[in-house]
Design a protein around this ligand. Sequence first.
Ligand SMILES: [Zn+2]
Ligand SMILES: [Zn+2]
Length: 255
Amino acid sequence: MWITQNLLYVFMMIIVHQIYYHVLPTQIKHNMYLPTVSFFIIYWATAILHMVMDRTPQITLWSRYKVIQQEQISDIEMLPTVILNQIQLVACIVLYIHFIGRGYDTSDVSFIRIIFELFLYYVTYDIVFYYGHRFLHWNGIYERFHKKHHLTKGSIGISGMYMHPFDFFLESVFPFLVGFSIWNGHMLSNLLFACVAAINSPQSHGGYTFPFLPRPDNHYNHHKYFNKNYALGIMDSLHETVLSQPIQTRKHCNE
Ligand SMILES: [Zn+2]
Ligand SMILES: [Zn+2]
């Protein structure tokens, strides 16, 4: 089940791994901005694809997979906030590389080490994201910093970055930097983690249940019920905040 739903990620990681070793010149492989640039290329390719699919519901090739359509705010209205948050992301990465710079090892590396580092990044991201997200749901904090993101319902790809800048830092920037600085991983681990995150953000907020990609159900249920599915899974299981409930079919979802 897990492997079926993540098949596209596994396939993409194999491709990126091959490109990294057999195509990229050393100069680019050693450039510390490679994961960030790759993130933006893949993010916008995915986000623009979502925008095109949302505007062509007559094409059943993809519209049959769209199970949520409930937004009050359009993707165009979200765009300025998304771009501002991405400028913040670039600024944080530049500062991180300049002042800390841990997590960009470019020595020869084994496949096992990459898998292990990706696991460490995943667990670290889950822990930091979980507690940051719960903090954002505290009463006064929620109104000020997190309500903006919850005005969206999880049915437009770029809504994953439609949030207050502090919310964006706490949920989408800080958990990455904590993982990179603690584990001091390999450039390839950072690159692969960034590529998966670039697809995951639109995919978890886009309302499409494509085969071979994780379903958006869990994060949709967070937007719907507020106190479930705060993070990626492990921490929600430990704190008993998991809600594994499939999204209702399209005719029921506009409630
Ligand atoms: Zn969300
Ligand atoms: Zn929330």
